[in-house]
Design a protein around this ligand. Sequence first.
Ligand code: CTP
Length: 402
Amino acid sequence: MLSGKKIVLGVTGSIAAYKAAVLVRLLVKSGAEVKVLMTDAAKQFITPLTLATLSKHPVLVEFFSPENGEWNSHVKLGLWADLLLVAPASANTIGKMACGIADNLLLTTYLSSKCPTAVAPAMDLDMYAHAAHQQNLNVLRSRGVLVVEPACGELASGLQGQGRMEEPEEIVKQLQAFFEKKNRLSGKHFLVTAGPTHESIDAVRFIGNHSSGKMGYAIAEELATRGAQVTLVSGPVSITARHTGITLCKVTSAQEMYDAAVRIFPATDGAVMAAAVADFTPERKAEGKLKRGANSLSLALAPTKDIAAYLGSVKKKGQALVGFALEAADEHANARKKLREKNLDFIVLNSMNEAGAGFDVDTNKVYIIDKNGEQTACELKLKSEVAKDIVDRLQSLLKVKN
Ligand code: CTP
């Protein structure tokens, strides 16, 4: 399964670095081409000669060769790789990756790479459990980094707990599963709507909402990670889409989002409607800027078009349509009503009453309700993880193996 894959293995300073030798052997045996990068500290635990011999490539540590000044291009390496695997990944390196620090060749390669990244943490149990480290890991997870969780057992300190780098066999297995999943949706095209819409009142003011776009962007990233082509129709947000499989179509108002979605939907295999579209828009946009003047101001509002409902009415056999419902009361009944009325295949219910869910947070707690009325409660997790559950469901619906 790793046949022909180009893997940059970053080895950092941890006692588990000795396992890197077995890891390189297994990766090479499963058909991958491996180039090894080491941090200075890693050299204290395993020699570059061992890893160079096993990988059949020189091991890189410095930005340039001290002998002849030849530059080791992190940019080239980052672009060469199909995967950057950091194993063992120390707390120090994970922290620097989360913050974007670039003080060695491994980190500059990480920042230059466009390929997926995986980390296999290795450290003492208390370091692993520390809130700072867990937060760093979550930052990486939310950026799509695959975290190969460390195993529990006896640690170098003699203590027992979670922190042992996972065995090389298990790391290779998880990478194989990752690559297998990665191409599951290739050849498919999806539309995703995300973010709020802004409905202009005058030249400087608008009616909007607090949607950050994070959930919709996470879904677009997940679809693209699995090989799909994604058109992301996004209202005004401050986040960006990173994956090259995503085509961004920026819109401002509900009408613009409607026009884009209606144009794009027919050629897709499905759509995920994650946008928080304004339900009303000012009947007239005032010229220039409204002046303070009078004591009160009434705005006449007209309803916007329901994009999801329209797509539900023109949906063809084989196309999937997924909606969201953000509810404050009678959550489940309202979500089921929307599922029916908009002709959705399943709906993702966000309750405003759940802690850690909703707008502008990195986590979400959702229920997935399908057409047969079956409901799955998902635990509170990162939006990037919720996106995986949603895309898994979408794949099942389209009869694509998970
Ligand atoms: N939706 C849409 N176009 C609209 C309004 C909503 O495509 N004009 C989509 C949303 O993207 C979401 C689903 O419909 O997938 C439900 O949105 P929500 O705001 O929860 O419900 P509404 O239908 O707007 O109803 P209400 O605001 O009254 O709850």
